[in-house]
Design a protein around this ligand. Structure first.
Ligand SMILES: *Cc1c(COP(=O)(O)O)cnc(C)c1O
Length: 364
């Protein structure tokens, strides 16, 4: 007795964890700087932590009002109807809900390469096929409508990541509109704004209200620092609203996650500080790292170092965990998440030492 043929399904490769690396290298976890998973170096909002404590003794009950309250609060924030907000376990959960709502067997999705692995994984779970559009490294991985449309073949969902992971590049709102106009009425353009807070461009959410073929993903994992709770959402066209009840996992998000998200939304100072630090740190990395970088609108910077595996390995040995982008199809690139104002310069100094020692023939 075996599972079905899953040979097409590649497992998700996460950034390396602190405990994992510390154990392997015999290092003290407290001495490690973890810049591999685009997490918030300031931690969660203290208000969110307080909300988790306050509601901990109620977790024997299914989440009901917290989910409703969060949906309503998000709808108010974005000026949409509550039915248009699909709360989910991480934005990844929303990707699954959209797959379930959109993909019939044999339908396809169009995803960026390099890009976030879960779009394709989710499509395949739902018996969909996957096509790719290529982002060009010699062009700063630029994301414009033409690049996507050249590869477009009437897929059911077209994914756009803005800011893009792992490059940090954005797609302008006008390009997203051009793309949505040029694709078939039955194609949903999904704009993944997991890093939207860090960018200096507007959200695509107003487009969702104007038209019926654009949806937007958002998460509490990055700017809000709640990655461990798994809480995110999508904003979908009004005509998609009632599909949520038909595709979601019962009690889609957990009680503590909803409570923490509600509190985090009110803690504007925490988000503002997180965004400010990320913007400072991405400038710092871009200016100071001795390697060519891509301009980033996210809380990370992609750098071409020549041999990602060797650099990531050497960095780990010295207590700095960064992301080897080989699994993104970029074996010459590393992705460095933005850290605090003390961690970031330390990490860059370590990386510069390594780049000088390995001398891989790539210069800033
Ligand atoms: C981190 C990330 C997400 C979602 O993360 P969740 O933790 O599931 O909310 C979605 N898209 C991209 C591009 C990401 O980097």
């Amino acid at each position: 007795m075996h599972p079905r043929d899953l040979s097409d399904h590649s497992p998700y490769v996460p950034g390396r964890g602190v405990e994992e690396v510390a154990r392997e290298r015999g290092l003290d976890p407290d001495d490690l700087i973890k810049l591999s998973s685009n997490e918030n170096p300031h931690g969660p909002s203290p208000a969110a932590v307080e909300a988790i404590r306050e509601h901990a003794d109620r977790v024997h009950q299914y989440p009901k009002s917290s989910h409703t309250d969060l949906t309503v609060k998000l709808a108010e924030k974005w000026n949409v109807e509550p039915e248009q907000v699909w709360v989910s376990p991480g934005a990844d959960g929303s990707i699954d809900y959209l797959s379930r709502a959109a993909i019939s067997p044999g339908d396809a999705v169009l995803v960026p390469n390099p890009g976030f692995a879960y779009y394709a994984m989710s499509a395949r779970y739902h018996h969909g096929d996957v096509a790719e559009y290529e982002l060009d490294p010699t062009d700063g991985f630029a994301q414009d409508a033409e690049t996507v449309l050249e590869a477009y073949g009437s897929e059911r969902i077209v994914y756009v990541t803005s800011p893009h992971n792992p490059t940090g590049a954005t797609m302008s709102l006008s390009a997203i509109e051009t793309l949505a106009d040029a694709t078939a009425p039955e194609t949903l353009v999904v704009v993944d704004e997991a890093y939207g807070e860090f960018a200096e461009i507007d959200s695509a959410i107003p487009l969702v209200d104007e038209r019926d073929d654009v949806a937007v993903l958002r998460t509490f994992s990055k700017a809000y620092g709640l990655a461990g709770l798994r809480i995110g959402y999508s904003v979908v066209p009004e005509s998609w609203g009632e599909a949520y009840a038909r595709v979601n996992t019962p009690f889609a998000a957990n009680e503590l996650a909803c409570r923490a998200a509600l509190a985090a939304l009110d803690d504007e100072a925490h988000v503002a500080e997180s965004v400010e630090t990320a913007r400072w740190a991405r400038e710092y990395i871009t200016d100071e790292l001795d390697a060519p970088t891509v301009d980033s609108a996210g809380n990370f910077v992609l750098a071409r170092v020549g041999d990602a595996e060797r650099v990531a390995d050497a960095a780990q040995e010295r207590g700095v965990i960064i992301r080897d982008c080989t699994s993104f199809g970029l074996p010459e690139h590393i992705r460095i998440s933005t850290g605090t104002r003390t961690e970031t310069p330390e990490a860059v100094e370590t990386l510069n030492e390594i780049l000088a020692e390995l001398d891989l023939g790539v210069r800033a």
